[in-house]
Structures are given as structure tokens and as C-alpha cells.
Design a protein around this ligand. Structure first.
Ligand code: PEP
Ligand code: MG
Length: 578
């Protein structure tokens, strides 16, 4: 029916020209007559959305700004992470679900410890690490795994945050799992999964499959760069990354990060010899011994910062000083306690006494953040030395970088505590700079993550040269929800339609957002040129990025794999508000 075909082709072209988008059309032919039944914008995969947007620009149908609005920022995840083979996925049935904590798909054999994950991966096995929850000492195993599944923890739990940083798939907070880690199996949906059994995870939906579902690698096409350049041309909000290793930093720079908005230094204390020095510092009974232990950590930390500054090639880096409660650096298992006491030359009882003394009922609200620096200013002095010396050294190698170190004091709630810690920082930094005989400026700022800091931001800004909104803690403390435990009851809130979504993933603009806006306004009242950013997990969430644009923050900072998403979300916010 060549005539009908030609008629159809003309109509199809007309419709596409009219709607300026790819159409999904329904039609029928009866007795040689063509009837058009329906047309609508066609559904599309991420790769297709990108291709269609770019093609429509090339055909002169839409502008670059319009193209930028055509791709959902979250869709980019599918271009950056492995996905399940679509056919294989259709044949698979989920056996349970947890939180979609870090996107992508993973398939591998179950292991229960970080050590096993590393060992098996070194032998060429693909593994999925299954844990009750993860802690900083699991880092290497997490990096070796295809995916991470945890029983406990929300969207800002250790597993979720670290996995997103690595770009590794993670499903967290699957409370339906019964763990038998010592016997190396877990139960889910009435079945047992033993070490070595295959499971698969979808970190974009939270679904868990009790079988091997093959995955396909992510591929970025040439269109991606062109498209992202249009986004960059449209946006005014800068995009930085949360990174604390040279590897993550390099990844983020490749994805277009314009600097580091949050370098969480605690992650730098775990590897090899450093953790030993850290523990010596913690068990030290006096300042002198503590300083000796810190002196051992200094070269490692300085070396890390030097490497990061080199990878950044002049882009800025905000270094956050030690934040977690100290018990996180001490062992919990009986056999580890015995071994580590030996390494530290103290008795098991002495180490146990230290561990007991550090025990807190709610460590997230306990002795952490700047409270550590108030108690032990020598930690802040050591970290200042590491940052400033690293900057001086790399600036000498590359004068064109013109590094201006940014030092960030966490968990401030009162301007006087910021001033107290800042005085140690500036005294140390000024002396180092003078001794080195170099010209260098640096900034000292704070995180706004305690409601009191937000409420008194005009006061805090007298001492802080920049604010970075730590919306993970700010959400926790504004709602009074523990960021690690809220996952247990939030489902009931969604069912009851009290909350629509997880406030740890999508910024609560009405409550927490009001505090952020208020603090931004108050901060600018005191210091009109104050630099304002956000470094909580919300910095990579599109609707939260739009909010940050609308209240005039200078930048958002998010994990490396979310940098393109934030760039696109920032561009869309700018175009929409034009
Ligand atoms: C925050 O609280 O938002 C933050 C970025 O810090 P952390 O998650 O390390 O507490
Ligand atoms: Mg915090």
C-alpha cells in the first residue's frame, strides 16, 4: 500500500514537527484507508532521550536550552552505572527490597565480610557484600564488591554514602533480612542464601534478586559531552564533589566537578599504619603522647592532600576536619581488642576501659565534630599543618594553581566554639605560611548542620568565611530523626501519606529548607560576600538542587557519580527561572 505508506509518513513528520518531539503513534488501516488513532510523546530510555534531544537541536527543531529540559537528571544514572540486561531482568522475580541507596545494578556471589570481599575479588570473583551495616574499616571490601546490601541504615548511612561515592550499587536498610553472619548465610523471603550463592541488586529501585541477573556496562556516547556543555552554559550554580581520595577526585573531575565541596578527612585515617597511629592518639593519656601519635599521622594526611591538590589542578577543595566520634576507630570484637591492645603496648583491660569511656548512647549527637577539636585542639593543629603544608608544596610545584585552602569546622552550633577552634587553626596556619616565606591566603568556614547554627547564622558568619550546609545532620536534628534508624519507621509515614519521600534523600524544603534559606540570608547580612554551598546528600538530588539555585547558593557538592545529575539539574533550574 505505497500510497497509504506515503500518507502515513507525511502525517508522522507533521506530528513530530508540530510537537517537536519523538511521537508514539497508533494507527489502523481498514479497507485501504489510514486512520490515526492517537499520538503522544514517546517514552524513552536515557540513551534515547539524550539522542533525541541532540538530534532535535541538529534538525533545528528546538534550542539548546529546550534540549537541556528534555532529559530527566535522574535518567543520567542509567548512562553512568551498569544496568541489568533487559531481557534477563524480565525473567527474574525480586525476593525482597530495601532502600535504593546507590544506583546501578550488581550481580555476584554473597560474602559476609569486607576481608572476604577483597580476597574473593582478588581471585577474580564478582561478589556482593552483605552486612548488617558497614563501618569505615570495611572500605576496601566495599570497593572490591560489585554491590553492597545492608540490613540496617538509611539513605545517609555509611554504606549508602560511601557506595555513592564509589559509584557502587547499594541497597541499604533491608530489614526483612535475618542475618546469620557467623554461619555465613542470611534469610530473605523464606529462603536461605549462603556464602557463594549468587544474588543481584538493583540500586536504582532497591530490589533484590535471589539469582544471577547478568548486567551490562555503562557506555557514554559522544552526545553526552555535547549535551552537558549546553547544560553548563545555562547554569549559574557551581557543582563540586564530595571526595576524599585522589581516585574519587579524578573520577569527579572527569564528570565535570569544579572542585571539592567536602573532603571528609576521617576516611583518611583507616588505611594500614595510620589506623594504628590514630589508636595511639585515642588511648594517649596526656597531650605530649597525643601529639607524638598525631605527628605520625601528619605525613600521611599531608601526602593525601598533596595528591588531591595535584589531581584538582587548581580547583578549590574544602577540607573538613575530623568529625566522627572516636569510638569508630577502636575495635569491637574481643579477638581484635586483644590484638590491638598488644600493638598499642597496653593491657586488654586498659583498652577496654578506653572503649567503655568512649561509649555513648547517641554518638551522632555526642562527642564529635568541633567538640573533638575543643577537647583536643592538637588534632585541629595537626590537620591545619597537613592542609597548609600540602598547599604550599603543590603551589611551589605549580604556581599557576594559586591554591587557597579552605578549612571547614564541622558541627558548630555556637559562634564561640567556632572562634575557639578557628584561633588554633589561624595561629598554626599563619605561622607555617610565615615560616615558609610564601604568600598564601586561606579561608576558615563552617558547616551549618545544627539548627542552632542556622538560627544564629548572622553571629556564626562573623567568624565563618563560608557556610556549607550539612543537610544530612541538619535533617536529622531538625526532624529529630536518627539518620541511621529512620528507615525503620519512615515506611509507615509514606503509607499514611504523612511524608511523600525520604527527607534524607530529598530536601524537606518546607522545614529544613526554611532553616537553610534563613541561615543563607542571615549569613549574607553579616558578610555580603560569604560563599554558600551544600554538601549533604541533597546536593545531588535534582529537586533539592533546584531549591539551592532558587535561594541563591553558590554551589552544590555531591558524590562523583551524581555530578552530571547536579550539573543538569542546576541548568534546568536556571532555564526554568529565566
Ligand atoms: C552532613 O551532615 O550533611 C554532612 C555532609 O556531613 P556527614 O554526612 O559527614 O555528617
Ligand atoms: Mg554532618
Amino acid at each position: 500500500m505505497p500510497e497509504v505508506y506515503n500518507q502515513f509518513a507525511t502525517i508522522a513528520q507533521n506530528l513530530e514537527n508540530h510537537y517537536k518531539d519523538m511521537q508514539d503513534m497508533e494507527f489502523t488501516i481498514e479497507n485501504g484507508k489510514l486512520y490515526m488513532l492517537q499520538t503522544r510523546n514517546g517514552k524513552r530510555t536515557a540513551a534515547a532521550a539524550l539522542k533525541i534531544a541532540v538530534d532535535l537541536v541538529d534538525e533545528g527543531m528546538i534550542t539548546e536550552d529546550e534540549a537541556v529540559l528534555r532529559v530527566e537528571p535522574k535518567q543520567l544514572d542509567a548512562l553512568l552505572h551498569p544496568q541489568f540486561d533487559a531481557k534477563a531482568l524480565k525473567a527474574a522475580t525480586p525476593v525482597g527490597a530495601g532502600l535504593a541507596a546507590s544506583p546501578g545494578a550488581a550481580c555476584g556471589k554473597v560474602v559476609f565480610t569486607a576481608e572476604d570481599a577483597k580476597e574473593w575479588a582478588d581471585k577474580g570473583e564478582k561478589v556482593v557484600l552483605v552486612r548488617l551495616e558497614t563501618s569505615p574499616e570495611d572500605i576496601e571490601g566495599m570497593a572490591a564488591a560489585q554491590g553492597i546490601l545492608t540490613v540496617r541504615g538509611g539513605m545517609t548511612s555509611h554504606a549508602a554514602v560511601v557506595a555513592r561515592g564509589m559509584g557502587t550499587c547499594c541497597v541499604s536498610g533491608c530489614g526483612e533480612i535475618t542475618m546469620h553472619a557467623e554461619d555465613k548465610y542470611f534469610e530473605l523471603g523464606g529462603k536461605q542464601y549462603h556464602e557463594g550463592d549468587y544474588i543481584s541488586l538493583d540500586g536504582s529501585t532497591g530490589k533484590i534478586y535471589g539469582e544471577a541477573v547478568p548486567t551490562v556496562e555503562a557506555t557514554i556516547s559522544g552526545d553526552f559531552d555535547r549535551f552537558m556543555k549546553w547544560a553548563d552554559a545555562a547554569r549559574t550554580l557551581k557543582v563540586r564533589t564530595n571526595a576524599d581520595t585522589p581516585r574519587d577526585t579524578a573520577q569527579a573531575v572527569k564528570f565535570g566537578a569544579e572542585g571539592i565541596g567536602l573532603c571528609r578527612t576521617e576516611h583518611m585515617f583507616f588505611e594500614g599504619e595510620r589506623i594504628k597511629a590514630m589508636r595511639e592518639m585515642i588511648v594517649a593519656k596526656d597531650v605530649e603522647t597525643r601529639k607524638k601519635a598525631l605527628a605520625k599521622i601528619l605525613p600521611y594526611q599531608q601526602g593525601d592532600f598533596e595528591e588531591m591538590y595535584r589531581v584538582l589542578e587548581g580547583r578549590p577543595m574544602t577540607v573538613r576536619f575530623l568529625d566522627p566520634p572516636l569510638h569508630e576507630f577502636l575495635p569491637t570484637k574481643e579477638e581484635d581488642i586483644a590484638e590491638i591492645a598488644g600493638e598499642l603496648n597496653i593491657t586488654v583491660d586498659e583498652l577496654k576501659a578506653v572503649i567503655a569511656s568512649l561509649h555513648e548512647f547517641n554518638p551522632m549527637m555526642g562527642h564529635r565534630g568541633c567538640r573533638l577539636a575543643v577537647t583536643y585542639p592538637e588534632i585541629a593543629e595537626m590537620q591545619t599543618t597537613a592542609v597548609i603544608n600540602a598547599a604550599i608544596k603543590v603551589n611551589k610545584e605549580h604556581p599557576e594553581y594559586k591554591i587557597v585552602p579552605e578549612i571547614m569546622i564541622p558541627l558548630v552550633g555556637e559562634v564561640k566554639e567556632l572562634k575557639y577552634v578557628k584561633d588554633f587553626v589561624t595561629a598554626t596556619a599563619d605561622k607555617l605560611i610565615a615560616d615558609a616565606g610564601v604568600e598564601m591566603t586561606y579561608k576558615v568556614g563552617t558547616m551549618i548542620e545544627i539548627p542552632r547554627a542556622a538560627l544564629t547564622a548572622d553571629e556564626v558568619a562573623k567568624e565563618a568565611e563560608f557556610f556549607s550546609f550539612g543537610t544530612n545532620d541538619l535533617t536529622q536534628m531538625t526532624f529529630g530523626f536518627s539518620r541511621d534508624d529512620a528507615g525503620k519507621f519512615l515506611d509507615a509515614y509514606y503509607d499514611a501519606k504523612i511524608y511523600e519521600s525520604d527527607p534524607f534523600a530529598k530536601l524537606d524544603q518546607i522545614g529544613v529548607g526554611r532553616l537553610v534559606k534563613m541561615a543563607a540570608d542571615l549569613g549574607r547580612q553579616t558578610r555580603p560576600d560569604i560563599k554558600l554551598g551544600i554538601c549533604g546528600e541533597h546536593g545531588g538530588d535534582p529537586s533539592s538542587v533546584e531549591f539551592c539555585h532558587n535561594i541563591g547558593l553558590n554551589y552544590v557538592s555531591c558524590s562523583p557519580f551524581r555530578v552530571p545529575i547536579a550539573r543538569l539539574a542546576a541548568a534546568q533550574a536556571a532555564i526554568k527561572s529565566k
